[in-house]
Design a protein around this ligand. Structure first.
Ligand SMILES: [Zn+2]
Length: 437
């Protein structure tokens, strides 16, 4: 099975087998590690016969594809997200009978923030408490949502992070210490007067002179904060703009992928029309994780020669083999001549990919353009393997002709309602490209 097929299988089968268990219980860390191991071994085609090289780290493989990864689901983090969904359902206004049963058994979502483990603590309750306090969400699960003030019954004035994301007991610890009702909900901290909400807090004693500025500061903060009596207090999920918990947004949150690391070239790569095996090959070139001779040596494999078999002159690295090599240059030149453009190409793979599409104004034509790039890279690699393993002959025109055929096949089969003959494609490639929208 090809690597593309294996990834597909991991994404669809291996990730969903334990789904039932994972959506209810926290995976024991030994089990989670075993799951990762099975998936990793499978990804890199490891059989019982021995070790092969894992070309990319597990972390890279689990990154979303637009961040340069392969989008494989990380079982530990996915498990955390699925359990987070239970917390959300317990705390938000969703649910029904199941929620009432749980609340009567465990006492609602607040038990998660409470200390003490105790013998009465069921496994499930313990799991949810761990998920609640997991730092993957920030300081805890509470960091991932905001309170929307409604009828004020559910929110604790001092202890919940209902005002600007911080608990008032942490912002004003001195005032909290002299409050006479530390567990008050919002409703107990004020009253309605002529349709307006007025705050009125209860204290154990009068303020000292030096405490007055703090009290003023808190009053300022409370200005405008009030109730919407017709609604109930509720949670608003911060991420993703939907205001509610979705497994996919929550998973992105706990993965902590930094937007800064998102590389537009990968979104472009995965959008191209090439088949998965060719896309994966191109991905490995862009990540420099392909088994070129230089990379094999980097991984400790002993080789007789590091020379590029296509030119016989320089060492075989990714940038040489696909872009710097005189043979590769001949293939690219044939492509440029076919399309009728002139390029000076960069030998660093990512720059080269970006540069290749630079002068093309239309986005749809660019997608075809990217597909040609994937076609050239994957054909150069196949040609190199034919020479090494099957005694093939170095022939640039053959590679170019195969690129023309393959890309024509990919584009016409993957773009609905687009038809142009292979001879048109060879004679008027730009005209054909414009037909694809
Ligand atoms: Zn070479």
């Amino acid at each position: 099975m090809s690597m593309a097929g294996r990834i597909c299988l991991i994404r669809s089968v291996l990730s969903s087998i334990p789904l039932f268990f994972m959506s209810l219980f926290k995976l024991p860390s030994g089990v989670a590690e075993k799951l990762v191991k099975i998936q990793r071994n499978f990804l890199w085609g490891w059989g019982a016969d021995g070790r092969k090289i894992a070309w990319a780290s597990w972390n890279l493989a689990c990154k979303p594809r637009e961040f340069g990864g392969l989008g494989i689901i990380d079982p530990k983090l996915f498990n955390l997200t699925l359990l987070g969904k239970w917390i959300w359902r317990l705390g938000s206004d969703e649910g029904g009978l199941w929620k009432e049963v749980l609340i009567s058994k465990y006492g609602g979502w607040r038990f998660m923030g409470e200390g003490g483990k105790g013998r009465s603590c069921s496994l499930w309750r313990k799991d949810l408490k761990e998920v609640w306090s997991s730092e993957s969400w920030g300081r805890s699960f509470e960091d991932s949502f905001e309170w929307k003030v409604g009828d004020e019954k559910d929110i604790y004035f001092w202890k919940d992070r209902w005002l600007k994301g911080e608990a008032l007991k942490n912002v004003f610890p001195r005032l909290f210490s002299i409050s006479s009702n530390k567990n008050a909900n919002l409703l107990e901290c004020g009253f309605w007067s002529n349709g307006r909400w007025v705050w009125q807090l209860a204290w154990r004693r009068f303020f000292f002179e030096w405490e007055n500025p703090m009290a003023d500061q808190m009053s300022q903060l409370l200005l405008g904060a009030g109730a919407a009596p017709r609604e109930v207090d509720s949670w608003i999920w911060k991420e993703g703009g939907l205001q509610t918990f979705t497994v996919s947004f929550a998973y992105n949150l706990v993965r902590k992928d930094n937007e800064v690391d998102a590389s537009p070239i990968f979104s472009k790569l995965w959008r191209s029309k090439a088949v998965p095996s060719a896309l994966l090959l191109a991905w490995r070139v862009l990540e420099n994780e392909l088994a070129t001779r230089i990379n094999l040596r980097r991984r400790g494999v002993q080789l007789e020669s590091l020379r590029c078999v296509l030119c016989g002159k320089e060492e075989e690295s990714c940038s040489h083999l696909f872009f710097g090599c005189s043979f590769a240059w001949r293939v690219w030149s044939l492509c440029y001549r076919w399309i009728g453009v002139l390029f000076v190409s960069h030998i660093e793979p990512r720059f080269n990919f970006d540069q290749f599409r630079l002068n093309i104004p239309s986005e749809s034509v660019r997608t075809i353009w990217d597909t040609i790039w994937v076609g050239v890279v994957s054909e150069i690699w196949s040609h190199r393997n034919r020479i090494i393993f099957k005694g093939g002959v170095v022939e640039a025109f053959e590679v170019f002709a195969l690129v023309q055929v393959k890309v024509w096949y990919w584009v016409t089969t993957k773009s609905r309602g687009v038809a142009f003959s292979f001879s048109d494609w060879c004679l008027e490639p730009l005209v054909c490209m414009r037909l694809v929208s």
